[in-house]
Design a protein around this ligand. Structure first.
Ligand code: DLL
Length: 438
């Protein structure tokens, strides 16, 4: 565990909740004013709902405001959501949309400052200081991961190595030669790098790495255990999205028990994704976020499609900001198999409960003769299981199915495949192939 007393900005991160709520209200009002008067989309959406900025008198009034959807950002591509002229914009990022136009993130210099602050908090919460050497293996470019982590590392005064994703052998060489202490990348790439370490015959005691800050894709507790064991590090979860500025919306602290949302910058809600009704703490639903300090591109009640639970219990670290649980899935990555709702994360959890399997898998969904959905899960065996023969592999497949049945209440066609046969990822892993929509 890292030092739980390390806090980047004590004043704001441990602010009494009463005071925090006042600050949130004040910032919400400012954001709503800006959005309404400077972004045509918001004015039209507010007018349609018959709501005006001055109707926001308390935080409870938030639910009078309209939601913002991904489609709204797409429809206003590229600059329709900006509240300022382009000359004030100092940075543009974009999400990696698979189809159509990407989602644009735009920042003025205050936005960059706020992002740097959020990321400085992240590093500090994970125990990193100016003494650390950060190897940043998130992708650099339009993706917010690389430059967001870079910004925060510079803010805390750490030594940052902008390694970017890929070239795994070189990553390991740099890690050893430059004495990397903090690794930042997606969890799937962390696993892939652990394999490279083993393949290169680098023994762990030649490396100084002590922690990793992993996010940008769903991962389970089982995956954390695998990464921590292979690397002998503390692995922390970080959450963020382009629409809200990138990584640094929320992050775990030393206790690794859910992610603190930096609530002086982001106002979270959980809603029922079907009805839009607000749900309480402890209830699972869709995370909706409002930016409280975003200027260039104000974001009000953004429907993230990420499913999670908020926890307002005080945390032993002293931070007063609410925590969000690991993302359980996305409303749009939920697979409906023969009428049953299945999230890829549930499949991962089942797999990782079975020993002798690698945390490498793909999920293939198909529809036989256009009637029945077929769910196939391909999982890699460890070398020892693979050489143990057919019977051992079948037993492992049955075991995965037993776990899966317990979690979801249905079975899948589980195939144990050869070690190293599933493609490794350098960024966000593609684990689901849904042939029904092809
Ligand atoms: O992935 C920003 C980021 C970069 C976060 C680096 C963390 C680290 P997008 O590419 O816009 O932005 O993707 C955002 O990724 O809505 C979630 O569905 C998913 N996601 C991000 N972090 C996590 C996480 C970046 N820790 C989308 N666990 C989000 C699960 C995550 N899903």
């Amino acid at each position: 565990m890292s030092n739980p007393n390390l806090i980047w900005n004590k004043e704001f991160e441990t602010m009494p909740r009463e005071e925090l709520r006042k600050l949130q209200l004040q910032r919400l009002k400012q954001t709503v004013e800006r959005a309404y008067h400077k972004v045509h989309f918001y004015k039209a959406a507010f007018d349609e709902k018959g709501v005006k900025p001055e109707d926001i008198e308390s935080l409870d009034d938030l639910n009078k405001l309209p939601f913002t959807m991904k489609k709204d950002l797409r429809d206003n591509y590229p600059f329709g959501m900006l509240s300022e002229p382009l000359e004030n914009i100092v940075r543009i990022h974009a999400s990696s949309g698979t189809t159509g136009k990407p989602i644009i993130g735009a920042y003025n210099s205050n936005d960059m400052n706020a992002w740097g602050e959020a990321m400085a908090r992240v590093y500090t919460a994970c125990g990193a200081t100016s003494k650390d050497v950060v190897q940043n293996a998130y992708g650099y470019g339009l993706f917010t991961g690389g430059l967001g982590f870079h910004l925060g590392a510079e803010r805390i005064g750490a030594t940052v190595i902008p390694a970017a994703a890929g070239m795994s052998q070189r990553q390991l060489m740099l890690m050893e030669d430059l004495g990397t202490t903090v690794l930042t990348c997606t969890p799937s790439y962390a696993l892939s790098l652990a394999e490279t370490m083993a393949e290169m015959g680098i023994s762990r005691d030649r490396l100084k790495v002590k922690c990793g800050i992993f996010g940008a894709e769903p991962w389970s507790e089982g995956m954390r255990a695998q990464i921590e064991e292979r690397w002998q590090i503390d692995a922390y979860n970080i959450f963020g999205l382009t629409e809200l500025g990138g990584p640094g919306v929320a992050c775990e602290c030393a206790y690794k028990s859910e992610m603190h949302i930096w609530e002086d910058h982001f106002l979270p809600e959980i809603i029922d994704p079907n009805t839009g009704e607000q749900l309480g703490y402890g209830q699972i639903g869709e995370l909706v976020l409002t930016g409280l300090t975003k200027e260039a591109l104000p974001i009000i009640r953004y429907r993230t499609r990420d499913l999670t639970v908020l926890n307002a219990e005080p945390c032993a670290c002293g931070r007063t900001h609410v925590r969000m649980d690991r993302i359980k899935g996305r409303t749009d990555d939920m697979l409906i198999i023969r009428g049953v709702n299945v999230f890829p994360s549930q499949i991962e959890t089942a797999i990782l409960r079975v020993p002798d399997l690698e945390p490498q898998y793909v999920i293939i969904v198909d529809r036989e003769k256009s009637v029945l959905d077929n769910l196939e899960v391909r999982v890699e065996a460890t070398e020892s299981l693979w050489s143990g023969g057919e019977a051992a592999r079948e037993a492992a497949a049955r075991q995965v199915n037993k776990e899966f049945q317990q979690i979801v209440g249905m079975t899948a066609s589980v195939k144990i495949v050869e070690p190293k046969s599933i493609q490794r990822s350098e960024g966000k892993a593609q684990r689901v192939i849904d042939k029904r929509s092809l």
